[in-house]
Write a protein that binds this ligand. Sequence first.
Ligand code: PHE
Length: 487
Amino acid sequence: MARQRWTSRIVFILAALGSAVGLGNLWRFPYLAGKYGGGAFLIPYLIALVLVGVPLLMLELAVGQKMQQGAIGSYRKLHPSFGGLGILALLSSLIIVSYYAVVMAWSLIYLLASFGVKWSGNAESYFFQEVLQISDSVNSLGGINWSVLISLFIIWVLVYFCVWQGTASVERVVRYSVPLPVILLGALLLRAVTLPGFLDGWAMYLKPDWHALLNPEVWTAAFSQIFYTLSLAFGIMIAYGSYKEQNDDLAKDTWIAALLNSGTSLFAGFVVFGILGYLAWKTGTPLTELAASGPGLAFVVFPEALSLMPLSGSFSLLFFLMLLSLGIDSAFSLVEALNAAILDRYRHLQIAQVSMVACLAALSLGIIYTTRAGLYFLDIVDHFVTSYNLLLVGIFQTILAGWLYGAEKLRRYINQVSDWQVGKWWNISIKYIIPLVLITLLVTQFSKDIKIPYEGYPTWALGIGWAIVIVPLLLFLFLLVTDSNRS
Ligand code: PHE
């Protein structure tokens, strides 16, 4: 069977951009900027983008496009013993999508609750008590929360229909689901700038605090945000690259996708801080106390602000629709990474069958997050996968492509097919800068987690987190050794 193809350059860029633009652009970037120096944060952020983000994105797209395989097959073509690295990347994808979908399930519940703005007056207890019905601690599972589970099921039906025909169905979806959240953000921005207080919000977002640049934590935050936001080290960009023709342009597409993604983050920051400024004005709470990231922003602080503004129901609807459309292309890109690798290996299978199995597997894994202790597990798993598994894949990937296969060989391929030529700096970035940066991030995180148990969770629960890091890593090392002995 011939390999699936994107029908145009635009849809490829939309798909890659759709994967990159996700919840992180809305609830991580603005928060980090506000916390780590406002406008000054842009300096480490842009440096991280150019030094690490773009070169690594280009590497992944180039590897997929040259090798014409998903993550496992492509890594194996770079070096015969490295197929296991693909498994490591895809396991992270599976784990992440299993909880990413749960966050979307909460968004769906909120979308329905927007009719009547059900959280009015008690945004916090609405989220924790009514929607999550959260248990006292991770020690008590508290049984399944059926409304979350049903909502999760609906999300998975949606995701399935995005990927069930491979690139053909993905293309139809991304034409709408990538521009839509940006348009909705625009509508929310118009709302924000017609409300009092938005300028104070923007001041907190943008007013540069140059001292922040001396704080190493600011730099590690910038580098890890770039890494996460570009959906690197999951096998996604390899899969998406592999659906391009071998002689398609690479360099320009990479820059376009990377810059548009960061542009969306910046834009989202105006919306988030504009609305926070209004909330601060309305409630008299200092802005610094309102600034939140993650679920706290999307499901507590923002809903509260929405409930206080004129036309609250309509704008709540827009907001949660925006959240869903923002997340869905990131969610299905993770499934696409899995599908690509499975279909490479089992060519006789249908895309629809493989998609069904992948979706069902991720749905089943996600059930744990629909218990009343779900938020605790989500927090733990997210912490470990994003702090360790991704960095490990990133490090091994640069060693594999930069040293074993050869950065120069890959760069020559990129230049052969691209209009814009990539200079020798790219090799330096791949071979030295990126591994060094990623190892630094890994070591910093590790020493932090050893000193202080993450968020004070009990040992058994953190043990699950460590197992998610160590078991796949051992599997990868085992495959590496056995494959090397065989060849
Ligand atoms: N890039 C997405 C975001 O910023 C997150 C994501 C990570 C999506 C990994 C898919 C895979 O939200």
